[in-house]
Design a protein. Structure first.
Length: 267
């Protein structure tokens, strides 16, 4: 586990606590790891440190072997699992809270390919308006996620999409899909009203066919301001995006999310 921990670049204090914890709980970690092979919800009642230890054990016991059997180069393994350190940081480096998200990485259903993440996904989201979408309920999609921690450079995203298309052709030739799909505040159609036309966000948005948007501002507020506050006047103004988004909302407007697609044949 030491090699994987080193590559993830975990917080030094967290890494030290994890090493001591792992030594004291080896048998329990292994047992929970094996039980996770059937259901990750066995971690529901565990501490954040135990969740982290078990997920790292799972990565080395099951995920690494799965990559090898699929013939996927190790660089994707390490790049994908670095998301663990981000989610530990989001939990104040107490360990891993969001194992429900990380299980996608561990089960080889989600991969970080260049700047973006891609999840093989059977779309059964009841909240989508399928009358406006070119796919049906239950169809396979590649769901695009945008991991935090890096600038959203247009060229990097284009390179990522090109690499992802080849990746799934090579390693998952039987996964039948037609569209890349993204649901994000970054794709909200009204973002242009308060963002600079040269912004990375609007350039990223141009990669997609934005099918429709909805004024659900929860995700945008969390991503831009960190958390929701009762009074919008209390939102921070540390960045130009925060200042422009805050002014936009104080003027009576709402942020939202956009639904975007890319036909794989257009890449």
């Amino acid at each position: 586990m030491k090699d994987l921990i080193d590559d993830l670049c975990l917080d030094e204090n967290l890494e030290s606590r994890l090493e001591i914890f792992t030594q004291k709980n080896k048998n329990k970690i292994k047992k929970l790891c094996n039980r996770c092979h059937k259901d990750f919800n066995v971690l529901a009642g565990c501490s954040s440190l135990m969740r982290l230890a078990v997920c790292l054990e799972y990565a080395q016991t099951y995920t690494f072997d799965h990559y090898n059997r699929l013939g996927i180069p190790q660089e994707y393994f390490y790049s994908t699992l670095k998301d663990i350190s981000i989610w530990c940081e989001n939990h104040n480096n107490k360990g891993l809270k969001n194992y429900g998200w990380i299980k996608n990485h561990l089960k080889c259903e989600l991969f970080k390919i260049g700047r973006l993440q891609y999840q093989m996904f059977c779309c059964k989201n009841p909240t989508l308006d399928y009358k406006q979408l070119p796919f049906k309920f239950g169809d396979n999609l590649i769901y695009i996620h945008i991991p935090q921690g890096e600038k959203l450079i247009y060229k990097d995203c284009v390179d990522s999409l090109l690499s992802a298309k080849k990746f799934f052709e090579i390693y998952f030739p039987d996964f039948n899909y037609q569209f890349f799909f993204c649901e994000s505040w970054l794709l909200f159609e009204e973002n242009f009203a308060f963002m600079d036309t040269s912004s990375n966000i609007l350039q990223f948005q141009s990669l997609f066919n934005i099918v429709y948007s909805a004024t659900d501002d929860r995700q945008a507020i969390e991503r831009i301001f960190g958390k929701r506050r009762i009074a919008k006047s209390n939102y921070p103004e540390s960045t130009s995006l925060q200042r422009s988004a805050k002014a936009y909302m104080l003027d009576g407007n709402k942020l939202g999310v956009g639904i975007g697609i890319i036909n794989k044949n257009d890449i």
